[in-house]
Design a protein around this ligand. Structure first.
Ligand SMILES: NC(=O)c1ccc[n+]([C@@H]2O[C@H](COP(=O)([O-])OP(=O)(O)OC[C@H]3O[C@@H](n4cnc5c(N)ncnc54)[C@H](O)[C@@H]3O)[C@@H](O)[C@H]2O)c1
Length: 319
């Protein structure tokens, strides 16, 4: 198969590039290196069936040039950081909404067999009830979440209007090796870096806000199940179904980095619009895909910290 992976040099996309390149498919990895890292895919550059394209999903002409004969598109390219979306809402909209629309349009023009669009639990906003199922209102309070809602809706419009095969796995927080924190970053990488460097983790508010974490290997398996599912999937939650508070997370990282008693988290003012509670109702994923997490959170966190100690602070390489 000929597979386009947008955002392929990013954290999650790089696992998909690796998997499908190793399986012998032709993989086109498209990335503009906004947050991507050459280190994530460098080991694939020697493979004849892997092609790295530095480019932007906002560039429709480029997509037109590379979109022919595609069988599958995994669409992951996005401005993914909530904080950055406060500062750069327009960039976030242009990439996440217009960029997604370009990808869908290419899929339509070239009759791509299947598109897998990566949605996010941030579309739900703070939980109005828990666990959050797929029918939960979409009530994101920040530009990132709003842009992901718009992208999901655009996928839906293409399904209804053109009968396209577009599936929408909706991931809760994903973590694991290759998740770095240069500039903006995931909370697990940020806390790990600080703690390893003897700097206390900073918690916005009381730290009782919760997230639902899935280890990257489990997330990659979910993508593959979606790909191989015989029919199109409407939004489907991919999460562990367990919540972890930010305070517990900080303390766990302190303990696993052997800094207990030496470092304490510090609390600052809460962030505007921060989502308070996220926990997935995972029944649909279990029933439809037969998917559930295999990695327990602590085991994943240990594996991540081990990786981070070795590679996490390497300088990012952009093309
Ligand atoms: N990490 C999570 O916890 C999580 C949870 C839910 C959903 N998601 C979604 O998964 C996808 C991948 O996230 P990630 O965690 O791997 O983040 P990431 O930042 O590592 O990956 C995003 C990639 O997209 C690239 N990109 C950004 N703008 C682009 C553009 N205009 N053209 C081409 N490439 C562009 C970036 O350079 C980066 O390599 C995103 O769509 C994100 O919304 C992530």
């Amino acid at each position: 198969m000929r597979i386009l992976i947008t955002g392929g040099a990013g954290f999650i996309g790089s696992y998909l590039c690796e998997k499908y390149t190793k399986e012998g498919h032709t993989v086109l990895c498209l990335d503009n290196f906004l947050s991507g890292n050459l280190l994530n895919v460098r080991h694939l550059l020697g493979c004849r069936n892997f092609k790295l394209i530095r480019g932007d999903i906002r560039d429709f002409n480029l997509l037109e040039r590379i979109g022919h004969d595609l069988d599958i598109i995994f669409h992951l390219a996005a401005q993914i950081h909530v904080d950055r979306s406060y500062v750069e809402p327009r960039l976030t909209y242009e990439i996440n909404v217009i960029g997604t629309q370009n990808v869908l349009e290419i899929a339509r023009i070239y009759d791509v067999k299947k598109v897998i669009h990566t949605s996010s639990s941030e579309v739900y906003g703070s939980a109005q009830y828990v666990p959050i199922d797929e029918k939960h209102p979409l009530d994101a309070p920040h530009p990132y979440g709003a842009s992901k809602i718009a992208a999901d809706r655009m996928c839906n419009a293409y399904v209804i209007t053109y009968g396209m095969d577009i599936s929408i796995p909706r991931f809760f927080n994903i973590f694991g090796p290759r998740q770095r924190d240069i500039g903006y970053g995931g909370v697990i990488s940020i806390f790990t870096r600080r703690v390893l460097n003897d700097v206390p983790p900073v918690i916005y508010g009381d730290g009782k806000q919760t997230r639902d974490y899935t280890y990257i290997e489990d997330a990659a398996r979910a993508f593959d199940l979606v790909l191989n599912h015989e029919s199109r999937l409407e939004p489907i939650n991919i999460g562990s179904g367990k919540e972890v508070s930010i305070l517990d997370l900080a303390n766990m990282i302190i303990e696993l980095c052997d800094k207990k008693g030496r470092i304490e988290p510090v609390h600052v003012e809460p962030r505007i619009g921060e989502v308070k509670q996220l926990i997935a109702d995972t029944r649909k994923a279990k029933k439809v895909l037969g998917w559930e997490v295999k990695y327990d959170f602590r085991k994943g966190l240990k594996a991540f910290i081990q990786w981070y100690k070795q590679f996490g602070q390497e300088e990012r390489i952009q093309l």
